[in-house]
Write a protein that binds this ligand. Structure first.
Ligand code: SF4
Ligand code: SF4
Length: 442
């Protein structure tokens, strides 16, 4: 694609990077066929190619964002299916990230929108606040119907709908410290305990520690780490996202100084995509560029790390069929496709893949709160495809997908690592059909 930026505009490194991305796009439109918002809405401006034109026009003309571009960029899920499809290697992720920062700096959103976004950014990344908010949701739930009828307050209704009826008890894991490897030690990793996941389903990190230590891997929970910054990054809140990234980089680099790390293990693929991008996000900060490069190089999804270990024969034969849902951040963001399925099969599960596996479930970080209508359509489509498999349960590697899909089906849904932990001697995950276990054991 031909571009017309001035030398002055290209002196800005973010604009220069976006220009190299734009030049790679050849307008072929292959990406439209796999874009969930184009498939749902049928509007070229809600396709990757349409958004690329809008972003190009905004950046080239150096103009503030307007309502039209904000509407179409806000509708983008950042699912990155377009990057998997694109034959020209267009890095849409960095382009839309840049556009979101530009929007945040130059566009004044309506008051209700600003309040909801500020609330989300102030609460979700902080586990203590998030836990309090989930408690408050019990009180607010009767008002969800009223909020749903008021256009600016629909996101509040979506938040109340998504909030679990019962909040799990806090994790039994200490907030920080080392968990020793059992048997012969063969590795040392840091585990990102994360933010929302640690509140919504603390059993995921507990299973990860149990499984890894049982396989001879020391697991460190470094003191001071926190949200990876993905939630605010996708809202264009650059400074907040970079502050989160710098804090985590400092914590992990200090941990590396105490003892070599084989990996920084992540159990939410949305976080993994962002941490693997820290090297890009902090590339212009001389104090952090090199440290961020090291951190991004060590970041691994838990299934990516486990696939590199020589796993023993499973201790349990579950005899269950699992519908594997590959989160967008897993398959498109990190290109981790084979490992989770391979690990589940090796652990004794039959694995089936739902139709249209490339399409987003509509969770996408805060998307199911901020764009509830499109999100609900995508959820219904995803759930129908998953239920058609007639599997016993669903496995996935991202808490956002677990919450989204779980709110639309009665099928049990668990994190992949919880099934692996169970197969290798851990407890049976809550909600997994017990009868099949007994059958398999007979
Ligand atoms: S990131 Fe997803 S929703 Fe956004 S343009 Fe690409 S395919 Fe469409
Ligand atoms: S597939 Fe790639 S090159 Fe083709 S229009 Fe989409 S982004 Fe551009």
């Amino acid at each position: 694609m031909q571009t017309n930026f001035t030398p002055e505009q290209l002196a800005d490194p973010d604009t220069a990077h976006s220009e190299t991305i734009l030049r790679k796009c050849v307008h072929c439109g292959f990406c439209t066929a796999t874009c969930p918002t184009y498939v749902t809405l049928g509007n070229e401006l809600d396709s990757p190619r349409g958004r690329i034109y809008l972003i190009k026009d905004m950046l080239e003309n150096g103009r503030p964002a307007d309502k039209e571009i904000v509407t179409h960029v806000d509708r983008c899920l950042s699912c990155l299916a377009c990057m998997t499809t694109c034959p020209s290697g267009v890095n849409y992720m960095h382009l839309v990230d840049h556009a979101r920062v530009h929007i945040e700096k130059t566009y004044r959103r309506p008051l209700a929108d600003r309040i909801v976004r500020s609330l989300v950014a102030a609460v979700l990344p902080h586990p203590a606040r998030f836990r309090l908010a989930l408690g408050a949701a019990r009180v607010g739930r009767p008002f969800a119907g009223i909020f749903r009828k008021l256009p600016g307050l629909k996101p509040l209704a979506a938040m109340l709908d998504l909030a679990p009826r019962a909040v799990p008890a806090p994790s039994t894991l200490p907030g920080s410290g080392a968990h020793a490897a059992r048997g012969q030690k063969r590795g040392r990793v840091a585990l990102l305990t994360g933010c929302a996941q640690s509140v919504l389903d603390p059993a995921i990190n507990e299973a990860t520690v149990r499984l890894l230590t049982s396989l001879g891997v020391e697991v460190v929970l470094p003191k001071g780490e926190g949200c990876c910054g993905a939630l605010v990054h996708h809202m264009g809140r650059e400074e907040q996202a970079l502050a989160d990234a710098r804090r985590n980089v400092d914590v992990w680099v200090a941990e590396i100084a105490r003892g070599e790390l084989d990996a920084i293990v992540i159990t939410a693929s949305g976080c993994g995509t962002t941490i693997k991008d820290y090297a890009h996000m902090l590339r212009l900060d001389p104090a952090y560029a090199e440290k961020a490069r090291i951190v991004s190089g060590l970041a691994k999804d838990v299934t990516e790390y486990l696939a590199g270990l020589d796993l023993p024969a499973p201790a349990t034969a579950p005899g269950l069929t699992v519908a594997y849902h590959s989160a967008c951040s897993m398959q498109h963001g990190q290109k981790i496709v084979a490992q989770p399925k391979m690990l589940l099969k090796r652990a004794g599960f039959a694995v089936v893949e739902p139709r249209e596996g490339h399409l987003c479930c509509g969770s996408a970080g805060t998307y199911n709160i901020l764009q509830p209508e499109i999100s609900a359509q995508l959820k219904a489509r995803k759930v129908a495809n998953i239920e058609a498999t007639r599997a016993d349960l669903i496995a996935t590697g991202n808490i956002g997908c677990m919450t989204q899909i779980g709110s639309g089906t009665t099928m049990p849904i668990v994190h992949t690592v919880m099934l692996l932990d169970w197969a290798y001697g851990g407890p049976q995950p809550a909600g997994v059909p017990a009868a099949r276990v007994l059958e398999a054991a007979e």
